[in-house]
Write a protein that binds this ligand. Structure first.
Ligand code: COA
Length: 160
């Protein structure tokens, strides 16, 4: 499964229709649809989503959002980092390397990555080299932030 191609997804009706198959379908997708319908965003403009296809079916996706260093509380020194969320592989296609391909793609930007994974995917994230973040911002309460550090970047030390 080395030939999985990860692509940036464009905002159009086809993408938004494909998103309906994913469990984590919510505000973000609905507001993208509204923005498209009311011409606030142009058809085929870039979205924060990346995905992988099987034939022409979207079967895995994730969203990547770049956070500016001035808002970073996780890394030392403070870095621009990627917030990875909504990683999801459709049930029939799980355990075939798609999740890994998406995460590897995100790592390719060579920025630290932070994610708040869903419960029960711990083993997957461990295999991807993510570790528990010690620093928890207030908005993380009740969440379970995991981070990945590229070479040369360290986690921020906790000061008590
Ligand atoms: N438990 C343990 N190991 C797991 C795992 C799991 N739930 N999911 C994946 N792995 C392992 C794979 O065995 C593989 O290991 P290997 O490299 O040694 O062969 C590695 O992680 C990469 O797996 P991959 O095939 O890329 O995983 P995936 O495409 O299924 O993506 C998820 C992983 C979690 C993103 C995907 O399964 C998903 O979206 N699941 C939806 C719901 C969920 O979170 N389920 C968790 C299990 S209930």
């Amino acid at each position: 499964m080395n030939d999985i191609k990860v692509e940036r997804l464009f905002i159009n009706y086809k993408t938004l229709e494909a998103f309906k198959q994913f469990k984590e379908y919510g505000h973000q997708e609905l507001s993208m649809l509204e923005d498209l319908e009311s011409n606030i965003v142009e058809n085929n403009s870039e979205s924060p989503f990346y995905g992988a296809f099987y034939g022409d079916r979207l079967i895995a996706r994730m969203s990547l959002y770049k956070v500016d260093a001035k808002y970073d509380s996780y890394f030392e020194p403070p870095q621009n980092y990627l917030e990875l969320w909504k990683l999801e592989v459709l049930p029939d296609y799980q355990k075939r390397g798609y999740g890994k391909a998406l995460v590897e793609f995100a790592k390719g930007f060579d920025l630290p990555i932070k994610t708040n994974p869903r419960v029960k995917s711990d083993r997957f994230w461990e295999k991807m080299g993510f570790q528990k973040a010690h620093y928890e911002m207030e908005r993380d309460l009740g969440e379970n932030p995991l981070i990945w550090l590229p070479k040369g970047v360290q986690e921020k030390e906790l000061s008590h």
